[in-house]
Design a protein around this ligand. Structure first.
Ligand code: PLP
Length: 389
């Protein structure tokens, strides 16, 4: 049956589906560095905490999140210098994606504008389109090290009376940039001057390399009430399938977020208890993952830079590399398709994140070192065979 007569027009306009691990046809030779799904499994004590919570009868309605979970989140965020009231400043969701949907749903009317940087995580596009908002893309700029930075004057210029918010991501997927205090302050000036909000995606907080440190947007003067900070357990605790996330906002915005009608609460109660356990006892596991990701990044950046035609900046955060492949002389989408076809290696072409990222491809370092070694050998072989001579 043709559903177009019945469908919400914004949904029809979106077209195709998403690419996850499961969507890829299983092929033993395939190395899938496309999706950012950690190859670590969440530790058993977390799984057990879910079961224990169920055994203890924590299986009932809970309208705004259980206190144990909300207190643990507030304690965690205080580590970064932001004190929040767990009772009035949190909105619990089943993952960062739901938090994005809820934040957009709370503020965007059809015709409103939201500033999305270019490149930006694709998960912002569909919710913005779904709510009928106009996405105003502002290209990031590369610095001397080849790292992408927000172009604050261009962001200010892109604001109109219809602009409701700017969406940022630090540490940034796909670029690996971690915003400096100076950048955040400059962005805050724009938000205050133009009277707009900042939706701050902070889900890669625990994956920062070198001397960079995480600065919550909410910690910047004047941004306490203007920030909706989105968090997720997907990357922090390798929890992509179990779904856990939350938004930190002012009490007024939290009320608004909790009014978005997507069920009484987004995250099953037993998992909230497990979330509290993870925030209390999960840091050894996070350290282990971090050590391994760092090793993978060190190796991958060095190895990719050895390949003629490829330039790979060292990411300040996240577990992605986002090499510049423009000298290979092939559009990013074709590079991605052919790499998959010829070498059975999957990456995510830069243009999926925006036109500014033409000539780039993102690889998620979610496989073991020997497999990564194999992957970069495949890239080298591919480039030698198909690249500009
Ligand atoms: C920047 C960013 N935000 C949000 C998400 C969504 O995460 P979740 O799995 O919690 O829905 C992702 C997932 O890759 C992401 O990279």
């Amino acid at each position: 049956m043709d559903v177009s007569k019945f469908a919400k027009k914004e949904l029809l306009a979106m077209g195709g589906g998403s690419s996850t691990r499961a969507a890829v046809t299983p092929d033993p030779k395939l190395i899938n560095l496309g999706a950012g799904d950690p190859d670590f499994n969440q530790p058993n004590f977390i799984n057990k905490a879910v079961y224990d919570a169920m055994k203890q009868g924590h299986t009932h309605y809970e309208f705004t999140g259980v206190p144990e979970f909300k207190n643990a989140i507030a304690k965690y965020y205080a580590k970064y210098g932001v004190k929040i009231d767990p009772n009035t400043q949190l909105c619990i969701d089943s993952g960062g994606s739901q938090a994005i949907f809820r934040a957009f749903g709370a503020i965007l009317n059809p015709g409103d504008e939201i500033i999305l940087l270019d490149p930006a995580y694709q998960g912002y596009f569909q919710p913005a389109a779904y709510f009928g908002a106009k996405m105003v893309r502002v290209a990031m700029k590369k610095d001397k090290k080849g790292l992408w930075r927000p172009d604050v004057p261009a962001i200010a210029k892109a604001c109109t009376p219809k602009t409701k918010a700017i969406m940022i991501c630090s540490p940034d997927n796909p670029t690996g940039a971690v915003y400096t205090e100076k950048e955040l302050k400059a962005l805050a000036d724009v938000c205050i001057d133009k009277d707009i909000l900042c939706i701050s995606d902070e889900i890669y907080t625990e994956f920062i390399w070198g001397r960079k440190k995480f600065i919550p947007t909410m910690s910047i003067k004047g941004m306490e009430d203007r920030t909706l900070a989105l968090m997720s357990f997907s990357k922090t605790f390798a929890w992509t399938g179990c779904r856990a996330g939350y938004t930190i906002a002012s009490p007024e915005f939290s009320t608004l977020l909790n009014n978005v009608p997507i069920g009484i609460i987004g995250m099953p109660v037993p998992f909230q208890y497990a979330g509290a356990a993870a925030l209390e006892k999960g840091w050894g596991f996070v350290r282990k993952m971090r050590k391994e990701y760092k090793k993978r990044i060190d190796f991958s950046v060095k190895r990719l830079n050895e390949i003629k035609g490829i330039k790979c900046a060292y990411p300040e955060g996240t577990f992605y590399v986002f090499p510049d492949i423009s000298e290979v002389g092939m559009p990013a989408a074709k590079f991605g398709q052919e790499l998959l076809l010829q070498e059975k290696l999957r990456g995510a072409p830069g243009t999926g994140y925006g036109q500014a990222a033409e000539g780039h491809i993102r690889f998620a370092l979610v496989d073991k070192m020997d497999r990564l070694e194999d992957a970069w050998n495949r890239v080298e072989h591919f480039v030698k065979k198909n690249g500009k001579k």
